[in-house]
Design a protein around this ligand. Structure first.
Ligand SMILES: CC(=O)N[C@H]1[C@@H](OP(=O)(O)OP(=O)(O)OC[C@H]2O[C@@H](n3ccc(=O)[nH]c3=O)[C@H](O)[C@@H]2O)O[C@H](CO)[C@@H](O)[C@@H]1O
Length: 374
């Protein structure tokens, strides 16, 4: 029997699969099979010929993990070589919603063929539950689960629900969303390191600008426009400018005679957040919950072209609780932003610490595991 995980396309979806998968492999099993799993790991580490998942090799470990994604998007990059899954499948699918005319018909036909394939795979692996993180990559397997009467557990990352998740919500065994009161699990799967760095901010000594690894023009422009005032106030600047904009942004700081730490992609985001007292950031779900876990007061500038304007709704969720600030790109004003630095950061920081729940991935892993115990 197995837990089948599906969905992806973008890192935002795939990160949830990975976080929950890691918990299933490392922690959730401690409840009932911990000793056995650890014993297995010791054996397999001393035997280099075994490079496959612990779940595959020992039939005494009942739960296997299977991933079903798409050939399109980033699914392959993330999981093709992942040995924690007993099996990985990448079905030929593409998004239906954004297609028109003949393209839509082709996408639907591909989806139908993938649906039939997914049904076979779910039967073959004796799926006890299907965990979907949404995105077109999840559609075939999610529908296949429903058609076979296999419980479907959905994780929605955003406050504005994705079209597939919205469609399947009434048919799901559980709909997990950190934004919904009725969600069985409220905690967002955030890496522990962000919580470890949480501390109360009182004064904006360091400001971090986070435009994501690709950078955000509006955030870059804002940063450079308020940089002279920040310098005057003795505030340090950390600036994620995006891989393609580092040089141009660095040069502008130089021309302004301002020292700033500028970078593109980083694996040390948690450290940068730890150093900062105030953030100006996009409102992608993981980033938003990581900033919240770090108790870092933030002005969100949502990406305006996100599907269903979901970044706006993500940020609004915190703003409605008075835990963050929000400005659409066309609302940004230099003076308005500078005024926020004088606001009471401590209230926001404390509020975030109180509301943000830990252990999201572990709770989801245990929730899924329960289906295999039935
Ligand atoms: C442009 C877009 O539509 N993005 C969507 C995409 O997320 P997308 O992957 O773009 O953004 P998220 O904020 O959800 O995740 C970014 C992740 O990458 C990490 N990171 C980022 C930059 C960096 O230099 N180093 C690093 O490690 C962050 O810590 C975070 O864990 O799916 C999310 C979940 O459906 C949505 O909420 C986002 O709106």
């Amino acid at each position: 029997m197995s837990i089948v995980m599906t969905g992806g396309g973008t890192g935002g979806h795939l990160a949830i699969v990975r976080a929950v998968k890691e918990q299933l492999v490392n922690n959730a099993d401690k409840r009932d099979q911990g000793a056995e799993l650890r014993a297995y790991k010791e054996v397999s580490q001393s035997d280099t010929s075994q490079n496959s998942s612990p779940f595959t090799l020992h039939s005494s470990l009942p739960t296997k993990l299977v991933y079903i994604g798409s050939t399109k998007g980033q699914d392959r990059q993330w999981f093709e070589d992942d040995v924690d899954f007993e099996a990985k499948y990448f079905l030929k699918t593409k998004g239906v919603v954004n297609q028109r005319g003949i393209g839509k018909l082709q996408a639907l036909w591909m989806m139908f063929k993938a649906f039939l394939e997914a049904r076979k795979l779910l039967k073959k692996h004796h799926a006890k539950v299907v965990f979907s993180v949404g995105g077109f990559s999840a559609a075939a397997t999610a529908f296949a689960a429903k058609s076979l009467g296999i419980p479907l557990v959905i994780h929605e990352q955003n406050a504005a629900q994705g079209s597939l998740n919205r469609l399947l919500k009434p048919f799901s065994a559980a709909f997990i969303s950190s934004y919904l009161e009725e969600s069985p699990i409220k905690a967002y799967p955030v890496k522990e390191v962000f919580f470890q760095n949480a501390h109360i901010r009182k004064k904006a000594n360091t400001v971090i600008f986070l435009g994501g690894s690709q950078g955000a023009r509006a955030i870059n422009e804002l940063a450079l426009s308020i940089a002279p005032e920040l310098k005057e106030r003795g505030i340090k600047i950390i600036h994620q400018a995006g891989s393609n904009h580092i040089e141009e942004v660095e040069n502008t700081y130089k021309e302004l005679g301002i020292e700033a730490e500028v970078f593109g992609f980083t694996t040390k985001l948690a450290d940068y957040m730890n150093e900062a007292d105030f953030a100006i950031a996009r409102a992608g779900a993981s980033t938003l919950w990581e900033l919240s876990a770090a108790a870092l007061p933030t002005l969100f500038v949502p990406y305006p072209y996100a599907a269903g304007d979901h970044q706006y709704h993500n940020a609004k969720f915190l703003v409605d609780k008075e835990l963050a600030w929000l400005m659409k790109e066309n609302e940004i004003g230099k003076e308005k932003v500078l005024a926020l630095l004088d606001e009471n950061l401590e209230i926001k920081s404390r509020g975030l610490m109180e509301i943000v729940e830990k252990d999201g991935s572990r709770e989801i892993a245990l929730f899924l595991k329960a289906f295999t115990d039935k």
